[in-house]
Structures are given as structure tokens and as C-alpha cells.
Write a protein that binds this ligand. Structure first.
Ligand code: AAO
Length: 458
């Protein structure tokens, strides 16, 4: 019920991590709409702490639900939502409702509200001591009571059993619904009781155009703890971190590519799995490890994301990062809390320290592939000599070569015809014969991917 992204059947969102609202509006108009993106996950939009060092994670310490953050004002937020929507791109907000700011801090937040965490005083909402769990730190992830009722890294833990707390959180989400967003990423959902999240959902309006908002819950379940993603699938999508690890490993060892989804490991069913190659935490060593593939290894990262988008599992999110050298470092800035503009170079890449993985050809162009093959399954699977290929029903065909070169005749499952390789934007083509076979050639070590679709450009 909470799994419809409300974007006309499109299949992929991009996390524009720490972008300003004004830049996101521009990106919807100049790029995302043209490439078929469903929407954008935006960084937390509500009031948060300001720290002198301006780390990215200050946005995960709420002070109130006023919509003024490092990314912009409420007016700028509304302008972004409307301009993106006008070109068919929706906004999904990262909502931090498990907790407020961490202990040991006081002062003024990004919207000008005072706070004092040690006194549990957040007048901007307002929340007071009675709305929080008594202090205990989460030490043992083996104890679900501790994970849900104690504090995650000293963040003052709201008690979502409390009706007033439920009402205030619902009021915040309803405000965002009124403004036209299509859904929510629920931060630290693992640290809230599923029944409490459900009680909050029941207080929410339908979207103005009808239907329930999409929800995806951040639950890190890598198999070793009692809390399972399946406890949350009744509430929407749930993050599937095992897939992130498996895809990262498999692009380094192609033999594993046939086996990145295994329900025997307790992985989330495809209709509820929210999937990605990396996220803003694990790309910098926060929130759980594994061999995570990131933009710092561009060749393998392209292959990992292309495979994510080609495969028939889950609802997909593409990461879009800024360059960083230490795990706390905030977004490109010219000092203080100011965030630098995202500039666009002549070749379509980004400047000013923004990586813009979503604009890399074998990532951005795979979004159209995923849209075109939605609802089909993998067929004609071929995996040999560090080459992988498969068809998606009779709608699309995908191939990838680890060393950048492939020269092979394969069954594509597609009707006869000439098809453009989406990745090269038609600079290379594929001819499928009457029996569905085609001569597949890949000859680019940097973008070693080929993707063709029925009904695509020709
Ligand atoms: C900052 C400072 C803290 C300070 C705090 C309060 O860094 O020192 O105490 O402020 O003043 C982000 C940053 C935090 C930051 C916080 C607030 O990452 O560093 O704290 O903002 O500013 C757990 C949660 C998960 C969470 C993740 C980071 O379950 O929900 O930690 N992610 C979200 C956000 C994240 C944000 C918050 C939550 C808080 O995406 O950006 O924090 O709003 C295990 C558990 C996981 C657990 C990890 C990390 O993972 O399973 O549930 O994630 O540990 O603690 C193997 C296992 C794997 C395990 C992993 C690591 O891989 O298979 O399961 O090892 O041990």
C-alpha cells in the first residue's frame, strides 16, 4: 500500500545528497526529466543543528520540524517540489523522526529555534522530557528492546508510543504531503517499533492527487541480528543492504553475478526491497561495512550501478555524491554553512566538487532501460569469461564486459531490427536478426556496458 512512488510507472530515484533545493530544481528541469528519473531523495529538510565544522551529519540531528535547513528555506523547498513536479519528477524526503539532537548540545538551530538536549527542551516543536525515552545507549544489537528504546549514538530518543509524539510527527509529514512530496525515507526505522510507525502512517492524509505516500524504511539487516527487514515490509519498502554488498563484490568477481539475490539468506522480497549500490553512510564507512563500491573506483562503480539497474530486483536508488577525503567532511562549501552551487561542465559532468554519478553515461542512460523493461524477468542469462548478458522479457537486452571488450553472438530475446546502444547514445548500434540473435560488441574500457530496448531511440 505504501509502495507506489507516484511517478507514472518510472522506476528509479536519485539521492542528490546535500544538494541545495535551488540546484535540485534545475537538475529536474535540465537532466532528470529527460533521462526518465522518477524522483529525487533529498537530504533532511527540517531544522537541524549547526556545528562549526559543518559535517554532513548535522542534518541528522533535528531541532524542530520547521522547513529551513542548510539546503534552503521553505519557499525554496516549495519551488523545488513544484518545478520538479512540473517536469514529471517527484520529491522523496529523508525524514528523521526517531530522535532529536544528541546529548551534550544546546544553542540555536538552522531555523532559529533554541534547544537544549540535556534538558530535552525543543521549544520549536515543542518537545519536552516526557516525550523521550529515559537515557540508555544502544550497545547490544542482539536485543530489539534496546535497539528501539535506547539511544543511537547519544541521539535523544523520542517515544513514538506517546500520542502527542505521534501527532507531531504526523503533522510534520502531513505538511510535506500538502506541499506535494510523493514519499519518505524513514531514517533509523530499525530503531522504532513497526507498530509505532504504523500508528503514525494511520494519521497521514492521502496525497492531494490520491493514494498513499511511498515509504522506504532504513533498516540495516545483514543477517546477523534479530531485527529483520520483513518486520517492516507491511509499512512500505525496506532497504536491502545485503544486495549492496553482493553487487559490490560481484563486479570484482563476475562469477558471483548470477547469485546476488538469494532469498535463502532472508533477503527482502523484490516487491518490498529498496536497493542501491552504496548510500551516504556506507560510502564513507558509517552505518555498516562490507566491500562497498563507490565512485572512488569509477570503472567498477559504473558496472555495479548498471547491473543494479539492469537486474530484476527491487526498487532502485542511484547515489549522487560530492568528493570527500574524510568521513565527516560536509558538502563543497565556500566557508561556514554555505553550500556551493552544482556547476555543469561542457561535457555534462559536474564541477565544484560534485561527483554527479547519476550523469555518468552507463548510469544515467540505464534509467531508460529499467523503465522500459519494468515487470519483465531475466532470460537468456549468459555468464562466461568475465562477460555477462541477459534479456529482460522481450523488452530489453543488457551486456557488460569486465575488461571492456566483448565480441560475441548472443540470443537477445528481442524482435528483429536495429537498436541504439543507450549507453553510447546511438554512437553504436546492434542489429537483431529474425531468430533474435545479435552480434554484441563492447569496446570501451571505461563504459563497458551495452543496453538496448524495444521502443528506444533508433
Ligand atoms: C554524530 C557523531 C556521533 C555523536 C552523534 C550525536 O558521529 O559520535 O554521538 O552525532 O551527537 C549520522 C552519522 C552519525 C552521526 C549522526 C547524527 O552517521 O555519525 O552521529 O548522523 O549527527 C546504525 C543505525 C542506522 C544509522 C547508522 C549510521 O541502525 O540507522 O547507524 N543510519 C542513519 C543515517 C545516518 C545517521 C543516522 C541514522 C542518525 O543514515 O546518516 O547518522 O540519524 C551495525 C548495525 C546497524 C548500525 C551500524 C552502525 O551494522 O547493524 O544498525 O547502523 O552497526 O552502528 C557489519 C554488520 C552490520 C553492522 C556493521 C557495523 O557490517 O553486518 O550489521 O558491521 O558494525
Amino acid at each position: 500500500e505504501y509502495t507506489d512512488p507516484h511517478c507514472d510507472g518510472k522506476q528509479t530515484i536519485v539521492h542528490l545528497f546535500e544538494w541545495k533545493w535551488a540546484d535540485i530544481a534545475l537538475e529536474c528541469e535540465r537532466f532528470l526529466s529527460k533521462k526518465g528519473f522518477c524522483g529525487v531523495q533529498v537530504s533532511p529538510a527540517n531544522e537541524h543543528i549547526y556545528k562549526d565544522s559543518a559535517p554532513w551529519w548535522q542534518r541528522y540531528q533535528p531541532i524542530s520540524y520547521k522547513l529551513q535547513s542548510r539546503s534552503g528555506t521553505e519557499a525554496e523547498f516549495v519551488d523545488m517540489v513544484n518545478r520538479c513536479r512540473a517536469v514529471g519528477v517527484r520529491i522523496y524526503v529523508d525524514v528523521v523522526v526517531n530522535h532529536m539532537a544528541g546529548l551534550g548540545q544546546s544553542g540555536v538551530g538552522s531555523a532559529g529555534s533554541n534547544f537544549n538536549s540535556d534538558n530535552y527542551d525543543f521549544p520549536g516543536v515543542p518537545f519536552t522530557r516526557e516525550h523521550f525515552h529515559p537515557h540508555c545507549e544502544i550497545k547490544n544489537y542482539g536485543d530489539p528492546n534496546e535497539v528501539r528504546n535506547c539511544y543511537l549514538v547519544a541521539l535523544t530518543d523520542l517515544d513514538q508510543h506517546n500520542d502527542y509524539v505521534r501527532d507531531k510527527i504526523a503533522e510534520f509529514l502531513n505538511h510535506l504531503i500538502d506541499l506535494g512530496v510523493a514519499g519518505f525515507r524513514v531514517d533509523a526505522a530499525k530503531h522504532m517499533w513497526p507498530a509505532d510507525i504504523s500508528a503514525i502512517q494511520q494519521r497521514l492524509k492521502d496525497l492531494p492527487e490520491g493514494g498513499r505516500p511511498m515509504f522506504y524504511h532504513e533498516v540495516i539487516d545483514q543477517g546477523g541480528e534479530p531485527i529483520k527487514t520483513q518486520e517492516y515490509t507491511g509499512l512500505g519498502y525496506v532497504t536491502e543492504f545485503r544486495y549492496s554488498i553482493k553487487i559490490g563484490q560481484a563486479v570484482q568477481n563476475f562469477d558471483q553475478l548470477g547469485n546476488v539475490v538469494d532469498f535463502g539468506w532472508g533477503m527482502t522480497d523484490s516487491g518490498h526491497a529498496f536497493v542501491f549500490v552504496d548510500n551516504h553512510d556506507n560510502q564513507r564507512g558509517h552505518g555498516g561495512g562490507g566491500s562497498i563500491m563507490t565512485f572512488k573506483r569509477p570503472r567498477e562503480y559504473r558496472m555495479a550501478t548498471a547491473y543494479l539497474l539492469a537486474n530484476d530486483y527491487g526498487f532502485t536508488r542511484v547515489m549522487s555524491s560530492y568528493d570527500f577525503h574524510s568521513s565527516d567532511q560536509g558538502p563543497p562549501s565556500s566557508g561556514g554553512q554555505n553550500i556551493k552551487d552544482v556547476t555543469i561542465n561542457g561535457d555534462g559532468s559536474c564541477g565544484n566538487g560534485w561527483i554527479c554519478e547519476h550523469r555518468w553515461p552507463s548510469i544515467g542512460n540505464m534509467v531508460a532501460f529499467r523503465n522500459a523493461v519494468a515487470g519483465t524477468s531475466k532470460q537468456n542469462f549468459y555468464l562466461q569469461n568475465n562477460e555477462v548478458a541477459f534479456s529482460r522479457g522481450n523488452k530489453g537486452f543488457f551486456a557488460m564486459a569486465k575488461n571492456g571488450h566483448m565480441d560475441k553472438t548472443l540470443q537477445t530475446g528481442l524482435p528483429a531490427g536495429d537498436y541504439c546502444n543507450l549507453i553510447t547514445e546511438c554512437r553504436t548500434k546492434v542489429t537483431v536478426d529474425g531468430s533474435g540473435n545479435a552480434h554484441i560488441v563492447i569496446n570501451d574500457p571505461n563504459e563497458p556496458v551495452l543496453a538496448i530496448i524495444v521502443g528506444g531511440p533508433s
